[in-house]
Structures are given as structure tokens and as C-alpha cells.
Design a protein around this ligand. Sequence first.
Ligand SMILES: [Mg+2]
Length: 312
Amino acid sequence: MITLNHLGERNWIKHMSAALPTRPDVVEGVGDDCAVVSTGGAHDWLLTSDAVIEGVNFDTGTAYQRIGHKALARALSDIAAMGGEPRWALIDLVIPPDVELVCVDDLYSGINALAAKHQVAIVGGDTAHASQLEIHVFLTGSVPTGRFIRRSGAQVGDGLWVTGRLGGSRSGHHLDFEPRMAEGRFLREWATSMIDISDGLAIDASHLAIMSNVGFLIRADDLPLRQELRKTVPYPTAIDHALYDGEDFELLFTVPAKRTLAFQSAWSHAGLCPLTRIGTASMDAGLVCLQMADGSIQACKAEGYDHFQHGG
Ligand SMILES: [Mg+2]
């Protein structure tokens, strides 16, 4: 008998998506950070959804405001990864009926503050009861027609870049991160491919590599490690955290080598977050490799968070 955890999340998506019905106005279906649909006119429409579940995406006892923030921030990050602007959201709240009203108010204050910051209107949703808390967010956004950034556009020789810092997200970052909305919009002019790091740098880089039919050589010494990691974890282990922890929600993207200087200069004048070039697109299609400080090269494990292969 084949079960979902034997198959793995990515194989299941492949298996399931082949049979999905479609329509002529679907520009991109399953397989990128958002689906893209077109109704003509000046914009393409971006569609994404995301669920956060008690015991899986947050621990029981986490402050409700932070849970609300995380639920919307994850969906926003997918809009950022397409270069889009968020617009309208629906929220489904699945909740034990004995939760106090003040807690639900706190949850929504986390959602609402982030929504207001990014001009997102919450326009509806549904409620249901269950024994654990779940928040399901469906978010739509827009991008000027044809200007969204796919995972599939990287070329051999392109630089591989990442926003912010990586690793150790469990120390709190996974609840409090700010989605890189301004950076995503800015990158419309520059990025040849883009993804947000949700499952981990190694696996998300391999998504870019497979979809773009290139490889990536990442320099271990250039990885921007989160401050807490630098202080508490020895060097080789810290690199593993940066590669495999996931939930960094930073943007990982490629820029043509010949535009490097112009890109760095434009970024530095745009008031955006810190930025690091961590590697280069290679000809080893689908392969993500790590170059260590001593020059040795090893293949990264194509591992990260798989929703069907983690207990709980
Ligand atoms: Mg994503």
C-alpha cells in the first residue's frame, strides 16, 4: 500500500496535479509560489493559500497575536516571491469552541496589523470547530501583466542571492518574520528566477535548479547566518542550520552576472533589507552543491521540510 509519507509531498503534488482541471485563463497552475491567472487588462492575478496548524506550525501556548501574524505572513511571502502586491484575503478559522474571545481578538489583531501594513483587505472566510487551532489563509495579489517572477528563469552564470539571514528560525523568527514585500516588488526589474525559503535553502534552491534546468554552487563561507546561530552553534553545524532549518521566509533569487554591479548599486539606494550573494548558477542541472572554505565541494542533500514525512 502506498501512503502519502512514503510518496513524499513533492511526488504527491506531481501525481495529483496531472489530473487537475484547468481553463484557458490560467497562466501558471501548480508548481510556483503562487498560481497566476489572467483576465486581460493591466494586471495578472496571483493566488495562494496557506495553513498554520497547532502542534505543526506553532506550539500550543504560543501567543495568539504571533500565530495570527505568522498565518498571514506566510501567504504574503509567496506573493513577494512572485514580485507581486497583495490585495484581498479570506481567512478560515478552525478553532476549539472553548477558546476565550480575548484570545481570538488577539489572533485577529496579529492578522489585522500585518494586513493593514501591506494594504491587504480581509474580505471574508469561514469558521469551523475542531480540537486544535488552525488558520487557513487564501490570499490574492496582482502584478503588472507578464511581470511576475517564475522559479524557472535562471540561466547558467547568474548570481544566486538571498535577502536577510538564514538558519535558527525556531528561536522565534518563524513567528515574527516580516515578509519581504518591498524587496519582491523591487526584484521584478532584476530577478530571472525567485522563490521564498519556506522549507530550507537546500531544498528551495533545488526547486529553482530543477525548474530552471541549471545547478547552483553555493559558497558556505558566504552564507549569511542568523546572529543567534553564530553565537551558539559551531561552524559546520551552523551551515547545516542555514541549509536545512527552513521557515526563514527570505527571498532566494538569481540575477544575470553582467547586471551585478548595477543591481547592487540600485539595491543599496532603495532602502531595502540586507542582501548577500551566496553562489552562482552552474551547468549541473538540478544539482545544488556547497563549496567549503577549503575548496572542497559536496552535493547538498535535497532535504528540507516535507509535510508528509514529519511526524506531528
Ligand atoms: Mg513559497
